[in-house]
Write a new protein. Structure first.
Length: 334
């Protein structure tokens, strides 16, 4: 179907019954060909109409919006990324919530983590009890996404190598801080300490002090060994856990790696943790390369509200009830 015809047909299907949203100046981030920019603006304008009529009632709010446009080679697999950014203001003039819908751009919900000197992307939770933000990815097929999960096996292998290297580095630094003196020097120091006790104390007190000294005495080698064990105990515990997980069945190791925190803080996979993130890599095979770069191939909806603002929770509930993300699929691929 012709791109322009499809969007115009969709736009005409919307019945505008509410006041227009206030349009602000667009943000154009780089050089974009005029024809490409016009097609992007047609999409964002139609999105604004859809949201106004079908997503959120604005009777008690004053929404303002603008388009966000980026050149080619900046999105997934060199797609042009662009979208609509909208802020909702209450009667008191304060910002209650923000809505961002981006085409061909998943970066707002991406994080990153470095494991074994390799940078992995992470997908933030679609919603979190500790952060008033929601994400929703809209694609033509929920089983075909612009990213692929990193398996538990791959994460455990990289994390194990990372922690082993960290342990070796820690041991090297401890060895540099705790030099090992010659046996002769250590024996002489030990003998001097014993002689000082013998020459200073007598009787039962001398015997007690000698026993305490012998009990607490540690050679440089023993002191270094104890220090290494003390400072690497946490790493060893985590390595033991990772090794045990690597011996799980293949089907379990093939599952997505969902973690919370850094590698050194790993306490197991966090499938049930709403604040945990899934490790992923971008999937260039997701893209239909027969389409033009400005054609929307997926949308990311980002909704953030301020729970401290009066009326914001009500607006959030309204957003959840009224927005139908499936309607956005009508844009995809056209």
């Amino acid at each position: 179907m012709n791109y322009l015809y499809a969007l115009l047909t969709f736009a005409l299907s919307l019945h505008h019954t509410t006041p227009s949203w206030e349009k602000q100046q667009d943000h154009i981030n780089g050089r974009i060909a005029r024809a490409t920019l016009d097609k992007m603006r047609l999409t964002t304008g139609t999105l604004a109409g859809f949201l106004q009529d079908s997503a959120l009632s604005i009777e008690q709010y004053s929404p303002v919006w603008h388009g966000e446009y980026f050149p080619e080679n900046s999105g997934v697999a060199s797609l042009s990324r662009y979208g609509i950014s909208c802020s909702f203001f209450g009667a008191d003039g304060r910002n209650k919530a923000d809505l961002l819908i981006m085409a061909n751009d998943i970066s707002p919900m991406l994080g990153s983590i470095v494991v074994n000197y390799k940078k992995f992307s992470t997908i933030r939770p679609t919603s979190s009890p500790n952060e008033p933000v929601r994400f929703q990815l809209v694609t033509t097929d929920n089983n075909h996404l612009p990213y692929t999960p990193i398996s538990r096996k791959e994460y455990l292998q990289e994390a194990t190598a990372d922690l082993a290297a960290t342990k070796e580095d820690l041991i090297s630094r401890l060895k540099a801080q705790i030099p090992i003196r010659s046996a002769a020097v250590q024996e002489a120091e030990k003998a001097n300490a014993i002689n000082e006790i013998n020459n200073t104390f007598t009787g039962a007190e001398r015997e007690v002090r000698l026993r305490i000294f012998q009990k607490n005495y540690s050679s440089d080698e023993d002191f270094l060994k104890t220090s290494i064990q003390k400072h690497t105990a946490g790493i060893d515990s985590t390595l033991h856990l990772m090794d045990s997980l690597l011996h799980r069945p293949a089907a379990e190791l093939a599952k997505a790696a969902i973690i919370a925190g850094e590698t050194a803080d790993f306490r197991g996979f966090e499938d049930g943790n709403a604040d945990a993130s899934m490790l992923v890599r971008l999937n260039p095979d997701f893209i239909d390369r027969s389409l033009s770069t400005e054609t929307p191939q997926f949308f990311l909806i980002c909704w953030r509200y301020n729970p401290e603002e009066p009326g914001a929770a009500q607006l959030d509930q309204q957003f959840m009830q009224q927005l139908d993300p499936s309607r956005l699929r009508d844009f995809l691929g056209h």
